[in-house]
Design a binder for this molecule. Structure first.
Ligand SMILES: [Fe+2]
Length: 189
């Protein structure tokens, strides 16, 4: 049986307490996701383990709802900002909500039929992610980007498709400002 609980979510550090699970993705884990793979290899060789993002969850298998935080480091691979892998949900009828608490970024979304949308991520913005839109968070600022996500526990993560073909757009630093550009490596399946 589940019991109610107050969970502390620190909007600055992203710490969740109590948490049920956490993982970190480093630059080396994100091989294949950034446009400039030679640059990524060089960064891994010279800088070692660079954490790009950490996910801290509060998930109870018996509950329909889960939540947690994602804490994204600032940084770039070449001119492409640090980002998450990006995923669809395995269950196509499950959406999600991202509430940004600190930092600034962009949420890049893509529908199954190739429509692209961008939602600004900044404190106070609650992003609605409809079911069956792939989503990727991008830290375009100089500080950590911290957001809290709320999702159905059974949504599931499907990373393969985005990993294989990329997203149609990518976000690069152009003269100090984020710019949404066409992804030259996007492979239509
Ligand atoms: Fe998701």
């Amino acid at each position: 049986m589940l019991f109610p609980e107050g969970v502390s979510v620190d909007g600055r550090t992203g710490e969740v307490s109590p948490a049920t699970d956490r993982y970190t993705k480093t630059l080396a884990d994100l091989r294949g996701f950034f446009r400039d793979s030679a640059k990524l290899d060089e960064m891994v060789a010279t800088q070692g383990e660079v954490p790009v993002y950490e996910v801290i969850g509060y998930r109870k298998a018996e509950s329909d709802l889960s939540f947690g935080t994602t804490i994204m480091s600032p940084g770039k691979v070449g001119d492409e900002y640090f980002m998450t892998r990006g995923h669809f949900h395995v269950r196509r009828d499950r959406g999600e909500v991202y509430y940004t608490q600190s930092g600034e970024g962009l949420l890049l979304l893509e529908s199954r039929d190739g429509d692209t949308r961008v939602v600004e991520m900044k404190p106070g913005i609650c992003a609605f992610i409809p079911p069956d839109w792939a989503h990727r968070s991008i830290n375009t600022g100089p500080e950590k980007l911290v957001f809290t996500w709320f999702c159905a526990t059974d949504a599931g993560h499907e990373y393969g498709e985005i990993q294989e073909r990329g997203m149609r757009k990518l976000v690069v630093d152009r003269g100090g400002e984020p710019f949404v550009a066409a992804n030259p490596n996007f492979a239509e399946r």
